[in-house]
Design a protein around this ligand. Structure first.
Ligand code: NAP
Length: 331
């Protein structure tokens, strides 16, 4: 038998284990031009929370009683498809199932000899591309500028901050534990890092960490943390609105500071960013990330949880900050 994880209920507020349902189903059989895939790694991502709501967004909501899908690395264990051989590993948007068949559409082969397979879900996958393209398309960090990154110890944030350093910026990270703050400084080369959970006055802490103001803000969290950063933006600042995890579980539209006067006063640019809008640039961006990794200019960390049955819990752990770097589930 095969196992699958369905969305049983649309979460109200924070997701709960009871919002997910494990079901057993018969193993599929492949036909001509199909492959059989065995799941190796599953990516859990904050944006999946939005897909669990019924509201219209840039990706369709998950359907109730249907399998959830996300970035997956899988092994081809049987092939009747000319593009894939048994033993190939592929990356793509696939269902939360132990085994599934596919016609190969949207799947790309990944090379286990070039990088650990899990890296293709992180630094060499969607989150690495998000950091790279969010900065090269909107943030445009320049030598000598100050860049602030929220959600800095996570998959996107840790890469974004390091790219800021490569570009010659002073980089300040915001994260949710002393251990993460220490990691940002000592392992990822951030100039300063602030623990937002223990800092009583974030505005003052950001002023102290950014004596020359903020030129680039790579925002992964939104909410009160971002309000505290926004009051320090400089003239011509660029704000990459990449994510807003602090409000993903809100049940009504959260109250927030009015940023328009700050944007006008500083001739600043604030732009929402969705990585899938930049697919034409993925190849080039991936090559740059690979080069930086090979040169040792870029490092990454991962939190790897084991077991198919742990996928829903791992997803929920994102909202408690249990991960450092990319959170993936190894099957
Ligand atoms: P991640 O940062 O690896 O994991 C989420 C982190 O968010 C947690 O570790 C936690 O770290 C932090 N967090 C959770 N609740 C928070 C809260 N209430 N306030 C502040 N921080 C909180 O996840 P990721 O995959 O790299 O994604 C980061 C952000 O980028 C998310 O908002 C995501 O939706 C967004 N994203 C956007 C795109 C795009 O195309 N726009 C693509 C990928 C990701 P702490 O311990 O620091 O709290």
């Amino acid at each position: 038998m095969n196992q699958a994880i369905l969305l049983d209920k649309r979460p109200l507020g924070r997701p709960k284990l009871s919002d997910f349902k494990f079901v057993a189903e018969a193993l599929p059989e492949i036909e001509a031009d199909e492959i059989m895939l065995k799941t190796s790694y599953v990516s859990v991502d904050p944006y999946l929370r939005g897909r669990m709501n019924s509201a219209k967004s840039y990706v369709a909501p998950f359907e109730l009683q249907k399998p959830i899908s996300s970035g997956v690395i899988a092994e081809v264990i049987e092939s009747r498809h000319k593009r894939f051989q048994t033993g190939d590993f592929v990356s793509g948007l696939l269902e939360w199932k132990e085994y599934q068949k596919s016609k190969g559409e949207g799947l790309i082969k990944v090379d286990a000899d070039k990088a650990p397979l899990s890296a293709y879900l992180g630094v060499l996958g969607m989150t690495g591309l998000t950091a790279k393209l969010g900065l090269s398309e909107i943030g445009l960090p320049r030598e000598g500028e100050t860049m602030v990154v929220s959600g800095a110890a996570g998959a996107v944030g840790s890469v974004a901050g390091q790219i800021g350093k490569i570009m010659g910026c002073r980089v300040v990270g915001i994260a949710g534990s002393d251990e993460k703050v220490e990691m940002l400084r000592s392992e990822f080369g951030f100039d300063e890092a602030i623990n937002y959970k223990t800092t009583p006055h974030m505005r003052k802490a950001i002023a102290a960490a950014c004596p020359e103001g903020v030129d680039v803000y790579f925002d992964n969290v939104g909410g009160a943390i971002s309000d505290a950063v926004m009051v320090h933006i400089n003239q011509f600042a660029r704000i990459v609105v990449c994510g807003a995890i602090s409000v993903y579980n809100e049940t009504s539209l959260p109250q927030s500071m009015s940023v328009q006067p700050l944007l006008v006063r500083n001739s600043a640019l604030m732009q929402g960013f969705i990585v899938s809008n930049y697919q034409a640039k993925f190849r080039e961006a991936m090559m740059q990330l690979s080069r930086w990794l090979a040169e040792g200019k870029l490092k990454y960390t991962e939190t790897i949880v084991e077991g198919f049955d742990q996928i829903p819990q791992a997803f929920m752990d994102l909202f408690d900050g249990r991960n450092k770097g990319k959170l993936v589930v190894k099957i």
